[in-house]
Design a protein around this ligand. Structure first.
Ligand code: NDP
Length: 300
């Protein structure tokens, strides 16, 4: 099956004389992928850090992810250095990688690939991106606070380890399907704090939470969640992994139910990209660059 190549190719540092060596090449693979903001984000990072690279988006066939990545590496003639992976290929990328970082292994999914000396390394920067947005950009300190994670799919699995690393007093994972929530909690039971898994209705029996994170795809479908009243503690932060031009259904619901602060996942998107960029280039774009980019992305 032919690989469809998107037309969006963004390049970073430009030489005044056009004499730079061939740029290193990166891509994001997804299906669909045309909406992806990653080419813009990485081009901005490359300009800000003076790195000579090109970043494009590639639409891989649903049954052709591995072939698409291998073709990208071959075409690059040594210049293909890495890739991001988005829906629905994160588990395929996990299986494709020759080597996995501990956080990719914990997440069971890969969103960042590094091509190095003929081997493919897989990492997952989603959890780090979320934690940096919450602790850094939003200055919310989760230590000894109660965290509720809604959802038990790929995105939720990818952030559990990073949430536990914030040393909360409790981490509850609640999902529409109770068994999935319990299984996800059990998978992370070995550390200092064991998360607890439950169904959404059981939240009625829980004390309120200081941080409530929506990692379900309900907002994507424009749906609110069947949440009991009173889950948001005074001063709490509601965070939706989804980002949209306006307020997401979850954030509207959180505002009405008393959450003090609301944040969508645009900050996580930029921060997970910064983490991928750091893996590839050894440079982290400055906070001011990341903040300016978030403002630009939100405005367009
Ligand atoms: P999955 O399909 O793996 O999981 C979907 C989850 O949502 C499941 O837990 C499912 O519950 C739950 N769900 C779906 N619809 C409803 C509903 N109507 N009511 C209640 N629960 C529902 O999706 P992902 O985990 O990959 O993605 C989740 C979200 O995270 C998406 O919106 C995605 O865009 C976002 N995301 C954002 C990122 C960022 O950088 N900001 C990065 C990664 C993801 P059940 O098990 O019962 O079916």
């Amino acid at each position: 099956m032919p690989i469809t190549r998107q037309l969006i190719i963004e390049c970073g540092a430009q030489s005044a004389h056009g004499e730079l060596p061939s740029p290193d090449r990166y891509a994001v693979f997804g299906n669909p992928v045309a909406h992806s903001k990653s080419p813009r984000i990485h081009a901005a990072f490359a300009r800000a850090t003076g790195e000579n690279l090109c970043y494009e988006s590639r639409l891989a066939p649903l049954d052709g992810f591995v072939e698409a990545v291998r073709q990208f590496i071959l075409e690059g003639e040594g210049c293909a250095k890495g890739a991001n992976v988005t829906v629905p290929f994160k588990e395929d990328a996990f299986r494709l990688a020759d080597e996995l970082t501990p956080r990719a292994r914990a997440a069971g999914a890969v969103n960042t690939l590094c091509f190095h000396e003929g081997r493919i390394w897989g990492d997952n920067t989603d959890g780090a991106g979320l934690a940096r947005d919450i602790a850094g950009n939003l200055a919310f300190f989760a230590a000894d606070r109660r965290i509720l994670l809604l959802g038990a799919g790929g995105a939720a699995r990818g952030v559990v380890e990073s949430l536990l690393a914030l040393s909360p007093a409790a981490l509850v994972i609640a999902n529409r399907g109770t068994d999935k929530a319990k299984a996800l909690a059990a998978a992370f039971a070995g550390g200092a704090l064991a998360p607890r898994g439950m169904g959404l209705a059981a939240l009625a029996e829980e004390p309120a939470f200081d941080l409530v994170i929506n990692a379900t795809s309900a907002s994507l479908a424009g749906e609110a969640l069947p949440l009991p009243a009173g889950i948001f503690a005074a001063g709490s932060l509601a965070y939706d992994l989804m980002y949209d031009k306006g307020e997401t259904p979850f954030l509207a619901q959180a505002r009405e139910d008393g959450a003090a602060r609301l944040a969508d996942g645009l900050g996580m998107l930029v921060e997970q990209a910064a983490e991928s960029f750091f893996l590839w280039r050894g440079k982290r774009p400055e906070a001011a660059v990341r903040a300016a980019l978030m403002r630009q992305l939100r405005a367009t």
